[in-house]
Design a binder for this molecule. Structure first.
Ligand code: CS2
Length: 509
């Protein structure tokens, strides 16, 4: 029976395995994270651990909250919160490399259900100074850029907050949304006047800090209780919401990854995450109170995140989605295989050069063409095994951030964004193929999209996809998906030049 990674077995690991930078036994909780998926464990938690080591601090341990299921708690709690990061790179000559380090920064792990009270108390504790979030684009429960007050989970969290504000007594009903957990925690902090807090959003969303601040304000404004405005005022003056750009490719962990890690460590690690060597974190230098010395762990603090954010979301993430959809339809299982396809490499390079870079202001010291090359080189790393279908998830949430802003800017500059149109068409053809059942559409709008595609199909057979769709057939698919208002803003969907370009590209694909 193979031993499991725990504080006990930690000291027996082979020398090749890097131990936690700070002894987890010495670390106290100073932060909360909402959405403890693989990306958090491979990114912010690593920065936080290294920041503690660099600054000789032990007060930035993380209370990590999973969102959707208790699975991560079941993985980490029996391991004293410990997990490994398996870094998969390419050495000289292209030979794959692998290194293992164990992270000890997660000191508490909880699932909102019966542990909501513990999370809210952590958010309200004077010793907690930062909250980070990675709940994915769809996790913020937005509709039209604002908080979706018709969302059942949001309404349930609002009812819980209203009850606490009315009675002044802790209301620990299970949190049903990340935004609800956050807003309820900040409200409890306000009621106890527990000191300033900085909320650091780490999701791929444009101007993410301001977006989240607006959602919290929407939530508190919607609370039906006498003290709601007092709490909203406290949050406005005591809580900062800096924007950030986060970057590290973190594929889903597979059984092969776990076997590879166990061969290195000699222990079972149910919380293992896998990542590329590259990592970057750019944070707006706007904090309400104390924070980990993240810059001493390699993060960049800046007054203006926007150029970094725009370049990353539009060049890296836009290309990622483009390769994912084209690649999946053409049978490429991984991003590395997709970018290794000369047709797709030519398309994605033209996308970046012709349509994306003209819309960007280069961040200080960054050459955008060199950045393009570095991104495509990272995509070509086969060692991570990052799959096209993983990147293809949640397209309805990702397209506006990664592709449509570029299209709007290009049109505003008087150009027809044919390359962006081809990327959007690639997504449409992918959606069409999922309606056939040979590809999986994992998207919060899946039913809406497949109904639209089915309608397109009814309008004239298989519309797009691998078929040799003619203009009218491809046009049916393009028209019906462009009319999905939750994705395509009216000014873009109604732009005749853009619609024609997308129809043309769907027919061509
Ligand atoms: C990817 C991102 O799955 C996806 O949508 O594009 O997770 C990407 O790997 C990260 O943003 C890289 O920093």
């Amino acid at each position: 029976m193979t031993a499991r990674l725990t504080l006990t077995t930690l000291d027996r690991l082979p020398a090749a395995v890097a131990r936690p930078a700070v002894d987890p036994r010495e670390v106290g909780v100073g932060g909360v994270h909402l959405g403890v998926g693989a990306f958090h464990r491979a990114h912010q938690a690593v920065y936080t651990e290294d920041a503690m080591a660099a600054a000789g601090e032990t007060t930035w341990g993380i209370h990590a909250v999973t969102q959707r299921s208790p699975r991560v708690v079941e993985q980490l709690a029996p391991q004293d919160g410990l997990y490994g990061v398996l870094t998969k790179g390419l050495g000289g000559g292209g030979a794959p490399t692998a290194s293992m380090r164990v992270i000890g920064a997660l000191r508490e792990v909880s699932f909102p259900g019966e542990q909501t009270g513990a999370v809210l108390d952590r958010l309200a504790a004077p010793t907690t100074h930062v909250v980070t979030l990675t709940v994915t684009e769809k996790g913020y429960r937005r509709a039209g850029g604002r908080l979706d007050l018709a969302d059942d989970d949001v309404r349930a969290d609002l009812a819980a907050l209203s009850a606490e504000l009315r009675t002044g007594r802790a209301e620990d009903a299970a949190a049903r949304s990340a935004i609800g957990m956050l807003a309820r925690g900040l409200a409890r902090r306000a009621l106890h006047d527990a000191g300033p807090m900085t909320v650091v959003i780490c999701d791929n969303i444009v101007h993410n800090g301001a977006m989240l601040e607006g959602l919290v304000a929407d939530f508190l404004t919607a609370a039906e209780a006498p003290r709601a405005e007092e709490v909203a005022g406290w949050v406005r003056t005591h809580v900062a919401f800096p924007s950030t750009m986060v970057d590290r490719i973190v594929p889903a962990t597979t059984a092969e990854h776990r076997a590879e890690a166990q061969a290195i460590t000699g222990v079972e690690d149910h919380g293992l995450v896998v990542a590329e060597p590259f990592t970057q974190w750019v944070i707006e230098d706007r904090f309400a109170g104390p924070r980990p010395a993240w810059e001493r762990a390699g993060a960049t603090l800046t007054d203006d995140v926007a150029p970094f954010e725009d370049a990353k979301l539009r060049i890296l993430n836009g290309s990622h989605s483009y390769l994912a959809y084209r690649g999946a339809v053409l049978g490429h299982r991984t991003i590395a295989e997709a970018v290794g396809d000369p047709r797709l490499l030519a398309d994605v390079t033209a996308f970046i050069d012709d349509d994306v870079i003209p819309t960007l202001a280069a961040p200080p010291g960054l050459d955008l063409s060199a950045y393009r090359d570095s991104v495509l080189e990272r995509f070509a790393n086969p060692a991570t095994g990052h799959t096209t279908i993983q990147v293809a998830m949640d397209g309805s949430q990702k397209l506006p951030v990664r592709l449509l802003g570029t299209a709007t800017d290009r049109l505003g500059g008087g150009a027809v964004p044919h390359q962006v149109a081809r990327a959007v068409a690639s997504w449409m053809v992918f959606v069409d193929r999922t309606a056939d059942g040979d590809l999986v559409l994992d998207d919060p709008l899946a039913a809406r999209l497949q109904a639209a595609v089915g309608g397109a199909g009814a309008a004239g057979g298989s519309a797009g996809g691998s078929s040799a769709g003619g203009g009218s057939v491809g046009g049916g698919l393009a028209d019906r998906l462009l009319d999905v208002g939750e994705i395509f803003p009216a000014d873009l969907a109604d732009d005749d030049a853009f619609r024609a370009a997308v129809r043309e590209q769907v027919a061509d694909l």
